[in-house]
Design a protein around this ligand. Sequence first.
Ligand code: PMP
Length: 426
Amino acid sequence: MQNSTSYIDLEFDQQHVWHPYTSTIIPLPCYPVESAQGVYLKLEDGRELIDGMSSWWSAIHGYNHPALNQAAKSQLDKMSHVMFGGITHQPAVELCRKLVALTPAPLQHVFLADSGSVAVEVALKMALQYWHAKGQRRPKFLTVRHGYHGDTFAAMSVTDPDNSMHSLYKGFLPEHIFAESAECGFYDEWCEDDITDFRNNLIAYRNELAAVIIEPVVQGAGGMRIYHPTYLTRIRQLCDEYDVLLIADEIATGFGRTGKMFACEHANISPDIMCVGKALTGGYMTLSATLTTKHVADTVCSGEAACFMHGPTFMGNPLACAVANASLELLMQGDWQQQVHNIERQLAETLPEIGKLNKVKAVRWLGAIGVVELHETVNMAEIQKSFVDKGVWIRPFGKLIYIMPPFIIKPQELSCLTLAILQILQ
Ligand code: PMP
């Protein structure tokens, strides 16, 4: 790690380079990665680590994939970027066509942006503008505890205010409504009481609510909670009954991770607005999208502004769109469903063993996601080193050790990940 012969200047990195959620005063160790291939990250000192993170949900096809590389190279020779205002191009049109085809049928209009957080900002702005266009003042959003929607301001405002990532900003953010999250796990028997607090809040605030925003079935950074799909079915029903828009944040769950192309499919529902990102480009480029129904899109544009007021500089970046097209192509023809199914089956066999350890409070899994919740918070630097010493890349946070490997991971490689967790927690 802190290799004295490293050609990457790790000292400069520690002194000047900010990494996600880190301190400049007590910097955490960083491992210099030289290259990545398939499910392996190659460290500068030659060690190879099996990747259990897919670079935070995104590298679903693995690294250095020939089809994605080729898509980027071909597009680079044509044009890497061009403004999207008054100009269009084949990579973006093709991508939007694919997204409209893949997502639930009512979603018809695509707004391209450059990160998940911005896709959420766009979704929230659309919902506000929708009601404004209808002549109604609806300034609030309803969401649930343990949710996470990104690090920008509006996204933070709908993230659980008690989430340690954002609690500091509590007093600076617009206040929204937080209902109790689902208690019923994905495989539990559904208990109708689970939706009571959500229903009460929705009814109480219905005239002020622009939308409900929720991560379908899996709550990610707010606790890796995998909840019962009926909770989501009920939310859709309540939104219909009380005329509130539903935003599904599929940024982490989208593109097969949970065993369905989109997690909403577990509940057979379709949202009014959907956000996607992360795996959209197979983890290659920064790209996201917000999709809406024709009704929402047309209403947004029928108001006094007569258009939707958002236009990032890198909107529709052709390079990112070209890679996304190649990634979606792989998903559409590939056997991701079987791969994710196999991962899920193997997790179902191995995680219960880990669940018996004293340090472990609970284990859960769905699709290509495996979660081990501990009783105590881990020492990040220490446990990270133990994982690296065992040849795997797993990045725990708080009380959670979780894996979400690339779909192409082989059974022996997945065993290395779960065995490393078992041995370290023993
Ligand atoms: N929503 C969800 C559900 C996420 O998991 C994330 C990323 N962790 C975001 C939004 C924000 O995406 P990004 O980090 O690309 O801004």
